[in-house]
Write a protein that binds this ligand. Structure first.
Ligand SMILES: Cc1cc2nc3c(=O)[nH]c(=O)nc-3n(C[C@H](O)[C@H](O)[C@H](O)COP(=O)(O)O)c2cc1C
Length: 191
């Protein structure tokens, strides 16, 4: 598929089929992540890939994160979308796999560069997943409960910093494209 088409086609998926994702496929999209650029080529991303009871056990934290996000979304979303989003937080849309992306900071690297490098890898992963027919949803919501997530993954006391979670699975809906805004680019010296 054309890269532009792939980027336009990708949607955040919040409802998944129960079909498991073969490990070889997960390895392929994680390898694609590793080809992302990174500041000083530090490749400072670290991924935790969960399925089975690990994925199920994470649900309690996802549900807890909803408590802090709910008041904001209550005001922003129309009722049907609000209910759908609530269900996603409670079930992760039945995604069979959830990945957590962490940053391993380095004193010689600017913190924002490190964090950006992790997101570069995350975007590679999302696009590779799309190319493989998988759906994903990047989630900042685990940050609302990051101490618990760190403990759950056994990284408390290390230097690892949680960046985001990503659900992965075969899509069970085709959400419409969220509109894109204009006026985000400033052109200088082009007239
Ligand atoms: C950094 C980041 C954090 C996000 N956090 C969440 C989240 O916690 N929960 C969620 O349902 N979607 C989350 N999203 C998905 C966005 O809501 C989604 O990308 C946006 O609405 C545009 O829709 P699209 O991805 O289908 O194009 C996040 C996306 C990004 C990039």
């Amino acid at each position: 598929m054309d890269i532009y088409e792939l980027m336009r086609k990708r949607r955040s998926i919040r409802k998944y089929k129960s079909e498991p994702v073969p490990r070889a496929l997960l390895e392929r999209i994680l390898e694609a992540a590793s080809w992302a650029p990174s500041g000083k080529n530090m490749q400072n991303w670290r991924f935790f890939v969960l399925q089975g009871h690990y994925r199920d056990d994470y649900l309690q934290y996802s549900q807890k994160s909803w408590d802090t996000i709910r008041p904001i979304l209550e005001k922003r979303l129309k009722p049907s979308l609000y209910q759908f989003t609530e269900r996603f937080f409670y079930t992760l849309g039945d995604a069979p796999v959830v990945i957590f992306a962490y940053n391993q900071p380095d004193p010689e690297e600017n913190p924002q560069t490190s964090m950006g490098s992790v997101y570069m890898a995350v975007q590679n992963l999302l696009l590779a997943a799309e190319a493989e027919g998988l759906g994903t949803c990047a989630m900042g919501s685990p940050l609302e409960v990051k101490e618990e997530v760190d403990r759950f993954l056994g990284v408390t006391g290390t230097d690892l910093e949680l960046i985001c979670g990503i659900t992965v699975g075969y899509p069970d809906h085709s959400p419409p494209a969220a509109p894109r805004q204009e006026g985000r680019i400033t052109w200088l010296g082009f007239d």
